[in-house]
Write a protein that binds this ligand. Structure first.
Ligand code: NDP
Ligand code: HSE
Length: 433
């Protein structure tokens, strides 16, 4: 083979990063791949805008708006699907595999929801379907799970796996910035999804968690079985109270093997500030993977952005050119069916905040409910009344491990007390033990 020809579907944030790396690092890539790897064509909606970028960047390859033609082009060896969303990304990916081409994608939504059928197609055609860029941007976490940790029975993994969400939470916590203002900056920097509710409502992190869990536990994951909460309801006072208690609030994806099945959950959580994960800020991501043989391992790096994500795309291309292991993708030929627990079956410590009348006896009634339900408390704090309303006080509680169904009984009983004046805010605590 004289050269490997790459077809880029999409020349946005990730497509540009990929094209730039392939050009700038062509000599290194040639040494590692054994043959020249070059972009032979790209597809966008706005051809003129892409050509203007290309001229500025000093690159030259044909750019069109005809994805069907690029996918069908017999001169293209590897298709990179960097369009995002479902259609036309799904149709083009299927067509590329059908045409016997390897596919590299950054599209975690596509893999999380259509992965099984796509991997089956790739296997039947004897081609590769790679998706390292889809999870945690530039961190080679898929490679770590599939290769470096493959000797282990994975007990659990937990990670900050959405760069936009972590960027927003970090800026709110350290600079007191407004949610909407930081989200707009994340969009301008190219971190956010085309529909940013995927980032802020936890859907993007859930796509990534579904992919990680399917590899970690050799299973297929029904995306609808995941428990998903986003960051949009986090209040600044909870960030401040958590800090007083020695915790940081992060948006986590957690996959844990329990006796009865898998916990698969995406939600904000208080993490002890001494944990490395609590100190992962900005667009950085980190995933802790706990294997039975190795113990905990931490994988850290940029979770979004043009070249960090392009780095993962190009690494997958090089692997395919070298004929790396697992040519057909996830490498799970016979996935195990594992039950997925409902949120009522989760078990963890909780943080609670409520607003109560500033009267004698209120703390005793609150604490009494936890005593009745045999929920152990780690801490209980009564704060000063606010300057605006001197008749009520915030009460903050931290529990020890408790079944979530039992926690819900506690909040229902708390909210029924006459002296409890607000809905109870509950956040899970993840100690990462
Ligand atoms: P962008 O919106 O920046 O780029 C999308 C590209 O696809 C654009 O070039 C766009 O064309 C093109 N495109 C979209 N629809 C069509 C269509 N119907 N026909 C032809 N071209 C089309 O997205 P990103 O680069 O940010 O994301 C791409 C993928 O990578 C997504 O799956 C995303 O989830 C994933 N990803 C993104 C990361 C990031 O940091 N941004 C990180 C990791 C993964 P035009 O330029 O004309 O609009
Ligand atoms: N929108 C995603 C994020 C891109 O912010 O993490 C990387 O997958």
């Amino acid at each position: 083979m004289n050269a490997v020809n790459i077809g880029l579907l999409g020349l946005g944030t990730v497509g540009k990063g990929t094209a730039t790396i392939l050009e700038r690092n062509a000599a290194e890539i040639l040494r590692r791949a054994g043959v020249p790897v070059r972009v032979a064509g790209a597809v966008v909606r706005d051809v003129a805008a892409a050509q203007a970028w290309q001229a500025d960047a000093g690159l030259s390859f044909p750019i069109t708006s005809d994805g069907d033609a690029l996918v069908a082009d017999p001169d293209i060896d590897i298709i990179c699907e960097l369009v995002g969303g479902e259609e036309p990304a799904l149709r083009w990916t299927q067509a590329a595999l059908d045409a016997g081409k390897h596919v590299v994608t950054a599209n975690k939504a596509l893999i999380a929801t259509h992965g099984d059928a796509l991997f089956a197609k790739a296997r039947s055609k004897g081609v590769g379907l790679r998706f390292e860029a889809g999870v945690a941007g530039g961190i080679p976490v898929i490679k770590a799970l599939r290769e470096g940790l493959s000797a282990n029975r994975i007990n659990w993994l937990a990670g900050i796996i959405n760069g936009t969400g972590n960027f927003i939470l970090s800026e709110m916590a350290s600079h007191g910035r407004e949610f909407a203002d930081v989200l707009a900056e994340a969009q301008a920097l190219g971190y956010a999804e085309a529909d940013p509710t995927f980032d802020v409502e936890g859907i993007d992190a859930a796509h990534k968690l579904a992919i990680l869990a399917s590899i970690a536990f050799d299973t297929t994951v029904d995306f609808d079985a995941l428990h998903i909460e986003g960051i949009s309801s986090i209040q600044p006072e909870d960030v401040a109270y958590a800090a007083e208690l020695g915790y940081r609030i992060k948006h986590l994806g957690v996959a844990r093997r329990r006796d009865a099945g898998l916990e698969l959950r995406v939600h904000p959580a208080l993490i002890p500030e001494k944990r490395l994960l609590a100190n992962v800020d900005g667009v950085m991501n980190a995933v802790v993977i706990h294997g039975d043989a190795v113990g905990p391992t931490l994988h850290y790096g940029p979770g979004a952005g043009a070249e960090p994500t392009g780095s993962a795309v190009v690494a997958d291309i090089i692997d395919l050119v070298r004929g790396g292991a697992h040519p057909a993708g996830a490498g799970i030929d016979e996935p195990k069916a594992l039950p997925v627990l409902t949120s009522a079956e989760f078990r963890c410590p909780f943080y609670l905040r409520l607003e109560a009348s500033d009267r004698p006896g209120v703390m005793a009634s609150v604490a009494g409910i936890f005593g009745d339900l045999e929920i152990s408390l780690e801490a209980i704090l009564q704060k000063e009344p606010s300057a605006l309303d001197e008749s009520s006080v915030p009460i903050i509680l931290l529990t020890r491990d408790v079944d979530e169904a039992c926690m819900r009984q506690a909040t229902t009983r708390l909210e029924a007390l006459d002296d409890v004046l607000s809905p109870v805010v509950t956040l899970r605590v993840e100690t990462l033990d």
